[in-house]
Design a protein around this ligand. Structure first.
Ligand code: TMP
Length: 206
């Protein structure tokens, strides 16, 4: 069976952690080889860049922020994602390039065309086989962020920023329904869990 590259994305507070656990349990039950990883991060260099990127004290320009996301991604691809896929191991990444389009493109207004150029340079033709887009209304996301004890540099942004982030995610999903599974995560946990499991079953042909 061909190894799949699966990503999970969405605005902050959309319930990624809970649903990553659902995906993890699904892979365990099926006994399929898989690595779980995240962005920005996934390698020692990527995690160091993550520290810089999420630290509220960091002052960076829009281009620097975008380039650091892709710098972390380049290392992540070379050291983790591509070797796994080449060895027949599925990869599940907690965020990937959709987040750059949504946060740097939507949130910060970096031209989407510039992000596309970097995407092609860093990834060549590689795109996720399946992307779970967890979606919640803005008020839900903001309420969940408010509850977090220490807000990172992105979580400190205001509602209009997250409105733009969410818009880009939803636009990308609408433009490519084959790849994206948009999950309304503002529902009963069990319903969301079933949706994710059904999507994985369908995708893998079970
Ligand atoms: P998280 O791991 O809690 O989701 O935090 C990662 C943060 O980084 C989140 O607010 C989204 C942001 N981010 C970007 O702005 N661009 C990117 O390309 C990635 C991968 C994440």
């Amino acid at each position: 069976m061909k190894a799949r590259f699966i990503t999970l994305d969405g605005i902050d507070g959309a319930g990624k952690s809970t649903n990553l656990a659902v995906i993890q349990a699904w892979f365990e039950a099926r006994k399929l080889p898989v690595v779980f990883t995240r962005e920005p991060g996934g390698t020692p260099t990527g995690e160091a860049l993550r520290e810089i990127l999420l630290n509220p004290e960091t002052r960076v320009s829009l281009r620097t922020e975008t380039l650091l996301m892709f710098a972390a991604r380049q290392q992540h691809l070379e050291d983790v994602i591509l070797p796994a896929l080449q060895n027949g191991v599925n990869v599940v990444s907690d965020r990937f390039t959709d987040a750059t389009f949504a946060y740097q493109g939507g949130g910060r207004n970096v031209p989407l065309r510039d992000i596309e150029v970097l995407e092609n340079w860093v990834q060549g033709g590689l795109r996720p086989d399946l992307t779970f887009l967890l979606d919640v209304p803005l008020e839900v996301s903001m309420a969940r962020i408010e509850k977090s004890r220490e807000k990172d540099r992105f979580e400190q942004e205001q509602a209009d920023f997250f409105t733009r982030v969410r818009r880009v995610y939803l636009d990308r999903a609408a433009a490519n329904p084959q790849r994206y599974a948009v999950i309304d995560s503002n529902r009963d946990k069990e319903q969301v869990r079933q949706d994710i499991k059904n999507t994985l079953n369908r995708h893998f042909g079970f």
